[in-house]
Design a protein around this ligand. Sequence first.
Ligand SMILES: [Fe+2]
Length: 248
Amino acid sequence: MMNRRTALKHLGGAASTLLLTEALRSEALSNGQAAAPPVAAAPTGPFSLPPLPYAYDALEPNFDAQTMHLHHDKHHQTYVNNLNAAVAVHPELAGKTVEQLVSNLAVLPEAARTAVRNSGGGHANHSFWWPTLGKGGAAPTGELAKAIDAKFGSLPAFEDKLTAAAMSVFGSGWAWLVRSSDGTLAIETTPNQDSPLALGHKPVLGIDVWEHAYYLKYQNKRVDYVKAFFQVINWDYVSGQFAQKDKV
Ligand SMILES: [Fe+2]
């Protein structure tokens, strides 16, 4: 009686090639050898990298173009890619915005929680951040100006406090001006890519103190980078966002 492989040899053309390949694969598996898994393409959605709302060299000389390229095109893109990979295997998360995901980590499947916290946080934080930078006004205006004066006394006093917070972050993280749930302003820091949204706070302004944000230009001198940050805040945009109180 013909065995399976002999029988396959009697078949002609592509069909026999396919069947023989499958037969060999089955034999390999039955011998205890793992077959190579099919290579799946990396998911390209649902999240995507938002384009910078200005040229890469728009913040020179304070934030150099090379750092902006790496920061936006590589680091932020990696957060997006890893977030897409995380949600691809959890269809129950479909349709949620990244802000919704990071705002309530406790309800996420445990297997997805860390990836969403880190990569979702990275995507949310950087997406929030890019538009707050640029050339737009030298100081806060309107309601935000009043709120900063009321809370901190003056703009320089606020800058001193945010600088101190940024310098206090051990390792990688962010320093933030946030609006708390009671509507008042506060300064806080978050480690790694944790989002203020996870604490129920809405970011108003933030400063990324990961070394990837400044090491090329400022090396270990984080304080110089923080000083430079205050030269590239788009206060018109930040003030406008603050005025829309229901906006995250
Ligand atoms: Fe960053």
